[in-house]
Design a protein around this ligand. Structure first.
Ligand code: MN
Length: 717
């Protein structure tokens, strides 16, 4: 599309449309739409002084450059009729049908916003864009064409209006064009906004480009010749174009701190071939002749960008030592790179182009999903506006999954944002992340092209509340918040159920055996719970201990509720355990799990009996978050401590003496033991005193060398 191209005659448009719309009746419809609009706009003029009809006529012209279908072109011609003229929806519908009228109405609604604050305006605007896109993405395409023509004629307006419209274009419409992949329109919108927002910079860049143009053109031409001959030698049919960089893309690079000279030295070529294989073939041929710059090669063919863009990119040292940025793609990829979503129109093999257009928008474009999701979340209008503007439409980075899928994220996003973007479930079960094969902290700031692997654990208890402050994207934050608000109850329920199951398993009772209706009634009466779920909830939130629930039914195991069972050993000297922040306090080692020096431990503040120290993973502590306190082993301990181990053997022969002799040299003190005979084998429970986990491990290693020993575990009661 040549910029500033302008027509004043419907015949020009017809000529252009006829190139790709062969049906006479469709061309006739376009002509009718024009005659209707011309009549309705009679007597209206634009600020530029032209007859109003020139505007819709040129909007339609822009639409033909992306091969829009007949209805879209008609909507382009009619787009201002409902708004500005004496014509209502019914009249239009009767004349042109529902499809075209809905498109026009959609475009009209988008323009009809007037609010006092910028935020109110924006939130309304974004919402209308969402509605427009979800109903028919062609509404937005017409809007983009409308805006492009308005930008081309922006000179006619006051400076204040110029700036306002240019800002909106740069912040909203150009990014939307980008995300829809309509590069042709996007690029021109960007250049035009820059011209009005930062005229100094715009004209400075334009002038420098002009000055060096001749020289650059010559170098590009020479390189083009050379590459073309090279490809001919290999019999690869191709087309090569020298490629002008847009002023905006240069401005963008300068803005990121690059030097003028670096950018202007970069020359650009684009090579078009027929097939994907040829793309790689061409790449190989070029690299064998011209040295590539390391790390500048990008394969967007195998890994398309989220807006469907495909191409190979490489930078090589070309003739005269000039750097050349080379893009290699097929003709079809080129079509998609230029027209994005609109390329469905250009390919006639896509029978139902409009349906495909809509499907692709909704299924493939991540930004569309993101805006929809944001819209569904409850948040303040300010938050919504900022998230759409800063996280969805602008400042995106692109990272890869290990399989090569591209994930689009806001700038400075963390691995947590990445995980949630892949899938909420991935986020909720994530336990760590690797970026480019290195383990990174969860608050790591991702950069473009990072390869991110998320480690998950399906048993993970879910996200941490701290993540809310770490993550970058509002979407992620909302998902984490939702996890906590929505599911605190679910979490308790699940926990309670788990705790009861564990307790029943421990006592070798089956679930169904326990939850008979008779037992359930007893539990309901005693504990005042409504039903089984309510029971889980009460156990999960710590109101009832799983042990005491089971005890209501089965008293035969003579124990009291689990925590009371935890008697404590009082022989402990103060010096053994350091309690965080407290000097003199009574400390006991819990005899349910018998912690040893070297174990990770945690203190439980018991009522009136000081602090009892448990192993960190002792199940008796699992639901007692509030009353725990960090404790540590004193490094100087030299005592021995009680530990209980279970030795599983594969024989019914009595082997205890044998085993004790084996570990005699390790300086342990066996206090007591008992044998637990099983059908085919024997388990020995041994109570003994050892110095530390390390000491115990040596003993266990030695015992495991015995051929009849299957497995040894430390007991937790
Ligand atoms: Mn308009």
């Amino acid at each position: 599309m040549s910029k500033n191209e302008k027509i004043e005659d419907i015949e020009e448009l017809i000529k252009r449309a006829s190139v790709y719309i062969p049906e006479e009746e469709n061309i006739e419809l376009i002509r009718e739409a024009y005659n209707f609009a011309d009549l309705k706009h009679k007597g209206q003029f634009r600020k530029s002084g032209e007859g109003y009809i020139v505007h819709p006529l040129n909007v339609a012209l822009i639409l033909t450059t992306i091969y829009s279908d007949t209805q879209t072109i008609m909507a382009g011609i009619l787009h201002d009729v409902l708004e500005d003229c004496d014509c209502d929806r019914d009249e239009m519908e009767e004349k042109f049908g529902k499809e075209v009228t809905n498109l026009v109405y959609g475009v009209t609604k988008l323009g009809r916003i007037n609010f006092s604050t910028e935020n109110e305006y924006l939130i309304e605007y974004y919402k209308k864009i969402i509605v427009g896109m979800s109903e028919d993405v062609r509404v937005i395409i017409v809007k983009l064409a409308d805006r492009l023509h308005n930008m081309r004629t922006l000179w006619a307006l006051s400076e204040e209006k110029q700036k306002k419209i240019a800002k909106e274009t740069a912040e909203i419409l150009a990014p939307i064009a980008h995300h829809l992949g309509i590069h042709k329109i996007k690029s021109e919108l960007e250049d035009l906004s820059l011209r009005y927002l930062k005229p100094d910079i715009f004209y400075d860049i334009a002038e420098r480009l002009n000055k060096t143009k001749l020289e650059r053109d010559n170098t590009v031409q020479e390189m083009l010749q050379e590459v073309s001959e090279l490809l001919n030698e290999h019999n690869i049919p191709h087309e090569i174009k020298g490629r002008a960089k847009s002023i905006y893309s240069i401005y963008n690079k300068l803005d990121k701190g690059k030097k003028f000279s670096d950018i202007f030295d970069l020359l650009a070529l684009r090579i078009l071939v027929d097939t994907e294989q040829e793309c790689y073939l061409v790449l190989g041929i070029i690299h064998s002749k011209f040295k590539p710059i390391p790390k500048r090669f990008k394969d967007y063919v195998a890994m398309p960008k989220p807006n469907m863009y495909q191409s190979l990119h490489t930078t090589v040292f070309g003739i005269d030592g000039c750097l050349f940025e080379i893009q290699i793609r097929t003709y079809k990829m080129d079509e998609i790179a230029e027209n994005g979503i609109a390329s469905h129109w250009a390919y006639k093999e896509n029978r139902d182009a409009v349906a495909n257009l809509q499907n692709t928008t909704e299924q493939k474009l991540q930004f569309f999903k993101s805006i929809i999701e944001l819209n569904e979340d409850k948040m303040s209008s300010e938050e919504f506006v900022n998230s759409v503007k800063n996280e969805v439409l602008n400042n995106n980075i692109y990272c890869f999954t290990p399989k090569g899928d591209i994930i689009e994220l806001p700038k400075d996003a963390t691995p947590i944002d990445f995980a949630y973007k892949v899938h909420t479930r991935v986020g909720e079960t994530m336990v760590g992340a690797l970026v480019n094969n290195y383990i990174v902290p969860l608050d790591y700031k991702l950069s473009n092209n990072d390869i991110v692997k998320i480690n998950t654990n399906k048993n993970s208890k879910g996200p941490s509340k701290e993540w809310i402050n770490i993550v970058k994207s509002t979407q992620t934050r909302n998902k984490i918040r939702a996890f906590f608000t929505k599911s605190e109850k679910e979490v308790y329920l699940e926990r309670g159920k788990e705790a009861l199951e564990k307790e029943l398993r421990r006592r070798k009772l089956s679930f169904s055996e326990f939850f008979t209706s008779e037992n359930m009634n007893k539990i309901k009466n005693e504990l005042h719970v409504d039903d089984q779920d309510d029971l889980y909830l009460q156990v999960g939130n710590g109101k009832h201990a799983a042990g005491s629930v089971v005890n209501l039914i089965y008293k035969r195991e003579e124990d009291k509720p689990v925590l009371k069972k935890v008697n404590v050993k009082s022989t402990l000297s103060d010096a053994d355990i350091v309690v965080d922040g407290i000097d003199k306090v009574k400390v006991n080692l819990a005899n349910c799990c018998n912690p040893l020096p070297g174990d990770e431990i945690i203190g439980y503040i018991s009522k009136g009996n000081g602090i009892s120290v448990h192993r960190r993973h002792c199940h008796n502590l699992e639901y007692l978050d509030e009353r725990v306190i960090p404790v540590y082993w004193n490094k100087e301990t030299s005592d021995k401590y009680l530990t209980i181990i279970l030795i599983h053997t594969s024989t019914k022969d009595y082997k205890l003496i044998d085993m004790l002799q084996k570990v005699n040299m390790f300086d342990i003190h066996v206090e007591s033991f008992r044998t637990i005979p099983k059908a085919d084998d024997t388990i020995y429970e041994v109570n003994m005193y050892v110095k530390s986990v390390c000491h115990l491990t040596k003993v266990i290693r030695e015992l495991e060398k015995l051929e009849y020993v299957i497995r040894i575990e430390r007991a937790i009661r």
